[in-house]
Design a protein around this ligand. Structure first.
Ligand SMILES: [Zn+2]
Length: 300
């Protein structure tokens, strides 16, 4: 694992778990520690209890403060699997995600272990072992819209914003200009956003915030420029897709259409087409938005 200092009081632990494996859902989720004047707050705990526990221990020692909260950006397993490390603190989560959280636990309990891969996209033997030994503590602070923690000068703002999933949320720490974006922004994979309208709404809102560093749902911390690059790509993609719909280009043909904008991160060495070798998320995004825009344009 690797620790990254993001700002004076914000550190990120990047798991690098089993670096022989390709980038997966679990081994790319960063865990963030925000040190407020008299408490520590962690955002997402990732999948590996041994790594999260070491990170918590090291941060408590460094800042000489106790941990009071684990905040979850959304209730997908890759972001909460290691939650037993935080069973003694308040766990904050979006209320909208509780049905999916409960559903995951029920399905794990009643599904044979060898089917977890296809059902939950868990394809790493180490992670399967962790799931078997996991303890799922129901989050005790449920947030529907917004929660502020800390004093006014050092507060963090947790907000449920939707998009990637109905319960997707972000954590904003204005005094150090840091945003934990959750899975509405990814660094090592293509994006997995919601509808085009919702996505542009979220990105415009983020653009209006005073931000220096962003911790994505998967991958390394990035700066605001990255956010703007993604937004430009989305805007270009939407306008090209609308043109292709007018020209009545079929869904099969659009993927290789020369008018499609180029995704700026495609040639980065630390980038992968998806968390699984059999999927290409960029193609799924293009096809999904094409279908969506075609449907909504027809309605107009
Ligand atoms: Zn995720």
């Amino acid at each position: 694992m690797e620790y990254i200092k993001v700002s004076e009081n914000v550190y990120v632990m990047y798991p690098h778990h089993n670096s022989n494996l390709p980038m997966s859902a679990s081994n790319t989720v960063p865990t963030t520690c925000i040190a407020l004047p008299d408490e520590l707050i962690f955002v997402d705990c990732g999948s590996y209890p041994d790594l999260s526990s070491q990170f918590r221990f090291d941060m408590e020692k460094k800042f000489q403060r106790k941990t009071n909260y684990l905040i979850l950006t959304h209730l997908h397993w890759d972001h909460f699997l290691a939650m037993k490390v935080f069973k003694d603190v308040d766990i904050v989560a979006p209320e909208q995600g509780i049905p999916e959280f409960n559903n995951f636990i029920t399905m794990i309990n009643k599904t044979e272990e060898d089917k977890w891969g296809s059902l939950f996209l868990i394809d790493d033997d180490d992670v399967i072992k962790i799931v078997k030994e996991a303890e799922f503590n129901a989050p005790n602070i449920l947030v529907k819209e917004e929660l502020k923690i800390g004093s006014q000068d050092d507060e963090i703002i947790y907000r449920v914003i939707g998009g990637h999933s109905i319960d997707s949320s972000h954590v904003y720490f204005p005094s150090e200009r840091v945003l934990c974006a959750g899975d509405n922004l990814l660094e090592c994979f293509p994006q997995l956003p919601g509808t085009p309208e919702k996505t542009l709404e979220i990105f415009s809102y983020w653009e209006s915030l005073d931000i220096n560093k962003i911790i994505p749902g998967h991958g390394y911390p990035i700066d605001k420029k990255y956010l703007l690059n993604v937004k430009v790509y989305f805007k270009d993609l939407i306008s090209v897709l609308k043109q292709l719909i007018i020209k009545n280009i079929s869904r099969k043909e659009i993927l290789n259409h020369p008018d499609l904008p180029n995704y700026f991160a495609k040639n980065d060495p630390n980038w992968s087409e998806s968390s699984r070798p059999d999927l290409n998320w960029l193609e799924l995004l293009i096809q999904g938005w094409y279908r969506y825009l075609k449907r909504t344009q027809r309605k107009k």
